[in-house]
Design a protein around this ligand. Sequence first.
Ligand SMILES: [Zn+2]
Length: 419
Amino acid sequence: MNICCDHCGALHWVEEATAKSRDNSPRFGMCCNHGQVRLPDTEDPPHALQQLLSGDTPQTREFRENICQDNAALAFTSLGVAIDDRINDGRGPYVFRIHGELCHHVGSLLPVEGRSPAYAQLYIYDPRAALEQQMQCNTNLRRDTMELLQSMLEQNHFYSGVFKHAYEILERHGDIQDIAINLCVDHSRDRRRYNLPTVDELAVILPGDGQRMDGRDIILRMRDGPLMRIHDRHPAYAPLHYVLLFPRGEDGWSWDLKLHQPDRNQPKRISQTRFYAYRIQHHPNFFPTILRGGRLFQQYLVDMWASSDQNRLNYFIMNQNQIRASLYSGLEDAVAAADDGNIDLNELGQRIILPSSYIGGPRNMQQRFQDSMAVARYYKKVDLFITMTANPHWREIQKLYYLARQRKINLTWLPVSSR
Ligand SMILES: [Zn+2]
C-alpha cells in the first residue's frame, strides 16, 4: 500500500488503480474520483487522544477495548436504533449489526426534574459533577481516561462551546416560554484550510416562529419537549455523536458540498458515499483518527451507510410516480404479485416500489436470478453453477478466464449492477 493518488495523496494498493492506468501511472477513483472530490484537510487530533489511539500501555489498550462506551458517555446526541448483538457470541471479531431505521437524537439542554443529566446536558453541567455522573453510569471505565477525554473535548470540541452559548442565550430569555435555538449552517464560510466549523451561529426562535424551522435544522430547547431528531444533512450530524473520531467537531457531509468540476457551470453535488469514501482513506501526512477508531470506526461506517441508504430509499418514496410508470411492467412484479396472493394491499399500508437498481431489493434479486437462469438455458446442461462477487478486471481473474478459454470451459460474468 505505497502508491499515492496524484490528486489527494491517499495511499493505495496497485490493484486499486483503474484497469487502464495500472501499468504506467496508476490513477484512482475510489478516493477522490480523479480529483473531483476536494475537501479540507483534517487536523491531527489533540495530543491526549492521539496517545490513547496509538499507545501501548494498559490504559490505552483498555481505552481502545471500550472505545464505543467511552464515546457514548461523551457524545452530545444519542443513537436511536435497534442493535442486534446475537452475532457477538464470543467467537470471532466484534460485529456492529443494526436492525431497522437509524437516527440521532438531541434532548433538551436541562434534564427533566428528577432525572440525571445525559449527553449534551453534561456539557452544560459543572465538569466535576458531569464526570461523577459519567462514572456512575459506566463503572467499568477508568476514571483517569474519562477525565482526560472530558477535558480534551471541553477544550477542543467546537460544539461544546456552542451548546454552552446556546444555554446562556436561553437562560437570558428565561421569561419567554417555548423559546428555542437553531444551530444554523453557514453555507458561505471558508472551509478550505481545515475542516472546522468557524463561526458560531445561533438563531433564536421565538414562539410562533415554527415556519422558520426546517426538518434539517438542529433545534435546542431549555427543558421539556421531546427528543429532537437530527437530520443527517446537517454537517454536525456525525461530529455530535462520534466525538472521539471528530474531537474538534469537524464537519461531516452536508447537502451543499459540490464536486470540483471546472468544466461544468453547475458542478454536481458530492454524494454521501463519495464523501465518506474520501474521509476513510489513509493519508501519509495526517494521523488517521477515524481509521484508528477500531470498533467505533465500524459503528461509524455502519451508521453513515445506513444514513446514505435511508436517503436513497427516501428518494424512491418521493419519486414513486416515475418508478411505477417506467418499471412496473417487468416479470419480477408478476412474481411479486403472485406471492401476494389474495392479500388486500390497502390493509398493508402504502406499497413502495424499489427499482432494480436498488441493490439487495426484491426487483434486483429477481433480475439477477433471471439473468442467471438465462445463462443456464443458453449453455444447456450446466455442470456447476457458482455465484461469486468480484471485480472481473482483476489480473488474477483475467488470467483464470484466459486459462478457462484455452481449456474450452465456459465462464460467464454477470454484472451485479449497471453502475
Ligand atoms: Zn485521490
